[in-house]
Design a protein around this ligand. Structure first.
Ligand code: GLN
Length: 237
């Protein structure tokens, strides 16, 4: 295990809607609770993306900041190098769409993504807004049901190079009954909330990819939030 975990928060000035920065706080907290020191780097969009980080995070954004963020990330190339080195990445909503080959920009015009995930996104007929609950791909080791909320126009098609992260029970997600996707150590999702505060097992999955097996910690506050949200959206059994 290494001595210091470096967390890279990409473009807080462009991509950080709906509390997505909470994902950074949850990772820091859950690492420190295991005695792992952390260092977080906030990379503004005018700055180069460092290539030596361990976990990279991107959040959601409005259409114009999303287009700008995609252009800058493409030109920068640092994220691609980091992922090729084995870094983990969680990309949320606009950040998720940017990871694909293309996404629907303003008026649905296609905008080139950075191609780190084998997905392509367009714009749907209507905005998907509301709570989302979804069952995680069992291949990821038996993670509990996902909870979060979504607010996007995107419809995302998954290619053969990725697996769906989960199957939706409530909500729209990718638009085909699945929500998010993953390949290697890269996870994309439409879940806000923030995703890692509502789904600490997802935070631990990212951490375990880069630091190895983790000891259990007190999850009671996370559990209360999860129960409250899941009970609010799922029909009684
Ligand atoms: N602008 C994108 C969309 O509407 C992403 C929105 C978001 O990140 N919440 O699809």
């Amino acid at each position: 295990m290494q001595s210091e975990l470096s967390i890279v928060w990409i473009y807080p000035d462009l991509l950080s809607t709906y509390g997505d920065q909470g994902n950074v706080l949850v990772l820091e907290h859950r690492a420190r609770a295991r005695g792992i020191a952390t260092r977080t780097i906030h990379v503004r969009s005018a700055d180069p993306v460092p290539q030596q980080g361990n976990i990279y995070l991107l959040g959601g954004g409005e259409d114009r900041p999303q287009i700008l963020g995609a252009e800058r990330l493409r030109r920068d190339g640092g994220l691609r190098t980091a992922v090729a080195r084995g870094a983990a990445l969680l990309a949320v909503c606009a950040g998720y769409q940017i990871m694909g080959s293309v996404f629907g920009g303003e008026d649905g015009r296609p905008v080139e993504g950075i191609g780190l995930l084998d997905i392509s996104s367009g714009r749907g007929e209507r905005r998907a807004v509301g709570e989302l609950a979804a069952d995680v791909d069992p291949a990821l080791g038996g993670l509990p049901r996902l909870t979060g909320f979504e607010n996007h126009m995107g419809v995302t098609r998954l290619g053969p190079g990725v697996r769906p992260l989960s199957r939706t029970i409530v909500g729209t997600g990718n638009g085909d009954g699945t929500e998010g996707c993953y390949a290697g150590r890269v996870i994309g999702t439409y879940l806000h909330g923030p995703a890692l505060a509502r789904n600490p097992a997802l935070a631990d999955l990212l951490l375990s990819w880069v630091v190895g097996p983790l000891t259990p910690i007190d999850d009671s506050w996370y559990q209360r939030l999860r129960e409250e949200r899941l009970t609010a959206v799922l029909p009684p059994a």
